[in-house]
Design a protein around this ligand. Structure first.
Ligand code: ATP
Ligand code: MG
Length: 239
């Protein structure tokens, strides 16, 4: 039986979709079967970050409403036979997908995949609640800015209220010099602001953005410090 992990943030643009793409690739590289579900309805990104945008036919809405079979809505990645993407609908949430739909979808996917990673929209509104509905655990992706940390804590509390007890967070876009110069929240401040477990840090690096632009998970480059970061974080998430 697999595990469903929702990736959320509160604040937008913190790096959730990049994180889902690369955690998915790291887990696939380790031999796990992985499904990524894009729940950022109307503004999907995962298909582009994986370079699969030309392969999209069906989406989550089609899968839950029976327009297609679940299998038909899953696109196999070009690089990994064991990594699949279920794209988000191209339109905004129109109420067609309910939390119960998501629970049923996640239960079915757990029977076939070791890990199901759900890319949540930012905020803690309906889209976030839908994204979290079938999840067993959660990872918050935040950045070292007070506004993002406060929003991450709000999302963390919302996830707790939804009954998700296993929660942790990743601090993305870290610039070491800025942090050590005291120009960004310190590690202990961050720890105080978010109650759940710290899974790790990812540096700010333009190569992450360039890889996403090219539709390639950056962890495909095995000998980089970024890949090491992702592997360390993956170890803590799947411990
Ligand atoms: N560690 C990093 N270093 C540099 N750029 C990054 C890093 N992580 C993400 N980015 C860039 O930041 C931008 C936002 O990333 P991403 O789309 O993953 O955020 P998001 O949280 O999913 O956004 P949204 O809330 O809109 O869904 C992208 O341009 C991405 O390439
Ligand atoms: Mg996103």
């Amino acid at each position: 039986m697999g595990k469903v992990i929702v990736i959320a943030s509160g604040k937008g643009g913190t790096g959730k979709s990049v994180f889902v793409t690369n955690l998915g690739a790291v887990l696939a590289l380790r031999g796990y079967s992985v499904a990524l579900i894009d729940m950022d309805m109307g503004v999907r990104n995962l298909d582009l970050y994986l370079g699969l945008e030309n392969n999209v036919v069906y989406d989550v809405s089609d899968a839950v409403s029976g327009v297609c079979r679940i299998k038909q809505s899953l696109i196999r990645d070009k690089r990994f036979d064991n990594l699949y993407l279920m794209p988000s609908p191209p339109h905004r949430d129109d109420g067609n997908i309910t939390p119960l739909h998501m629970q049923v979808l996640c239960d079915k996917l757990k029977a076939s995949f070791d890990y199901v990673l759900i890319d949540s929209p930012s905020g803690i509104d309906d889209g976030f609640v839908l994204a979290a509905a079938g999840a067993d655990s959660a990872v918050l992706v935040t950045v070292p800015e007070y506004a993002a940390l406060r929003d991450a804590d709000m999302a963390d509390s919302a996830l707790a209220q939804l009954g998700i007890t296993e929660r942790g967070y990743v601090v993305n876009k870290v610039i070491g010099e800025v942090m050590s110069a005291g120009l960004a929240p310190t590690v202990s401040e961050i720890n105080e602001m978010i109650k759940s477990e710290l899974y790790g840090f990812i540096q700010y690096d333009e190569n992450i953005m360039i890889a996403a632009n090219n539709g390639v998970p950056i962890v495909c480059k095995s000998d980089s410090y970024i890949t090491e970061n992702f592997n360390n974080i993956a170890d803590r998430i799947i411990k």
